[in-house]
Unconditional design. Structure first.
Length: 479
């Protein structure tokens, strides 16, 4: 998320490495499910041997291809000393040169008055994800349970109060974000996450997803014994892609052992040299990988594949980029980008991240006048359904930045998650505990009366369940 610097912090809202080998034996016979958004996987039976660091991502892809949850590997915990390979950057697509500014027409509405249901079905960018089965599981959930899967409620990294846990359990909240810097270490955080899992509960065997911001540098929420110091993205950009992949895998294993399943990183924003530290959310805090979109893309891929090899979900942010703005969307109103276009070259990090299998795309709360001048990206169907789903072909989870950020002050708190979901969003981050219930209630009430929105809620819940199934937090195969 865009970094909140005042008040309560809400953060960031290859080749072989050489030592040892990992052997994975994957044996499963399963029938391909007929779903337009996934590839068939039939008779997945093979042995895969990969190098200890640089090729570990291949095992992750193979696991997903067999419909298996991604779990951290079990080899040595220290990162490889000297990786020898680099990740080839993926194509960055069309550049901004000659791109016109597509102004958005008014949002199309359904018969119930909300935007039309986005046309892209729930799916995943991971091969073999059981989308059809997860849709069945979503259908077995009550409306309240489906809506709960669409929220990530923030809580203190020091622990959750009994009243807070009871409230989140009653609201069926499916994801929790640990906020605030902690130096207590991995053992203490493990106790916190274990307590949350027990108290918030699991409906239909669907467990709570626990997330943190572990970008590095000034945005490393979890520190102390058991957590290595993670350098800033600015520093990460100076090391080889292979080494970054190996290091990210190591950092990811530390998160996983602490009970964290999702990392709201890496940052994909490109800050031009001409703006630099004048850019409050990224440049001033050294959160970016530099001014070159191709470098940002390569480093994003290295970070994502490393974390994924450890079994940790990742997030590219803040789409379509906060590198041009001056203000911070968490602490400032009227944050506007008058430069970024729909097919901008600076989207390279997002494109590369999606192609490498990132789990989530986080949407910025700024306004982009050359894309949709009428509303923040958070509430723009042009951005969410048109660009992320359509242009970039992303089938995973679209997650909001903190819906309590000041950039969204023009919309009543109660209606923010509702508008995000109607625009095509899946998972809403709510930074203030008191705001979770009114946002949940608004979605529940409107979905109960609007079949179109109810279908959207189920579709969004399916995407969240697909991600959870990949990381061992849900079992879609028994549905």
């Amino acid at each position: 998320m865009a970094e909140r610097r005042h008040g309560r912090d809400v953060a960031g809202l290859g080749g072989p490495a050489g030592h040892g080998r990992v052997e994975r034996v994957i044996t499963e016979q399963r029938r391909a499910r007929n779903h337009p958004a996934r590839r068939s996987v039939v008779g997945c039976s093979r042995t895969i041997r990969v190098g200890a660091a640089g090729l570990a991502a291949a095992a992750v892809v193979a696991l997903a291809a067999c419909g298996q949850p991604v779990t951290p590997d079990s080899d040595a915990t220290s990162p490889a000393a000297s990786p020898g390979g680099r990740t080839s950057p993926t194509s960055s697509g069309p550049t901004s040169a000659g791109s016109t500014s597509p102004t958005s027409p008014p949002e199309a509405t359904s018969s119930a008055g909300g935007p039309k249901t986005p046309s892209h079905p729930a799916s995943s960018n991971k091969p073999g994800t059981p989308a059809g089965s997860c849709s069945t599981l979503a259908g077995e959930l009550s409306l309240d349970q489906q809506v709960g899967q669409l929220f990530m409620a923030a809580t203190s990294s020091s622990g959750m109060t009994t009243s807070e846990a009871d409230r989140l359990a009653s609201l069926k909240i499916g994801s929790v974000l640990l906020l605030g810097n902690s130096t207590a270490g991995r053992s203490t955080i493990s106790e916190v996450t274990s307590s949350i899992k027990q108290r918030v509960g699991a409906d239909h065997g669907v467990q709570v997803l626990l997330a943190a911001d572990q970008e590095g540098g000034l945005v490393q929420r979890l520190a102390g014994p058991g957590f290595d110091t993670v350098p800033s993205a600015e520093e990460q950009a100076t090391i080889s892609d292979g080494r970054l992949r190996s290091d990210a895998r190591h950092w990811g294993r530390q998160l996983k052992r602490a009970g964290i399943t999702a990392n709201l990183a890496p940052v994909s924003d490109v800050v031009p040299t001409s703006i630099g530290t004048l850019n409050q959310p990224i440049g001033a805090l050294h959160r970016g990988y530099g001014p070159d979109p191709d470098v940002v893309a390569r480093k994003n891929v290295a970070f994502i594949t490393g974390m994924e090899a450890a079994g940790v979900a990742t997030t590219v942010k803040h789409f379509p980029g906060l590198g041009i703005v001056r203000g911070n969307t968490d602490t400032s109103t009227d944050v506007t980008d008058d430069v970024t276009t729909r097919h901008d070259r600076r989207l390279a990090g997002f494109r590369a991240g999606i192609r490498s299998g990132v789990d989530m795309v986080m949407v910025s709360s700024a306004v982009y006048t050359k894309i949709d001048p009428n509303r923040p990206a958070t509430f723009s169907r042009t951005v969410l359904d048109g660009m992320i789903r359509g242009d970039l072909g992303f089938g995973g989870v679209i997650i909001s930045d903190d819906l309590d950020g000041k950039a969204l002050n023009g919309v009543a708190v109660r209606h923010r998650a509702l508008r995000f979901i109607r625009a095509g969003g899946d998972l809403s981050i709510v930074g203030q505990p008191a705001d979770v219930e009114p946002m949940v209630d608004a979605v529940r009430q409107d979905a109960a009366d609007d079949p179109g929105l109810r279908a959207q809620v189920r579709q969004a819940a399916t995407r969240v369940l697909i991600m959870k199934a990949r990381h061992g937090l849900a079992d879609c195969t028994s549905s």
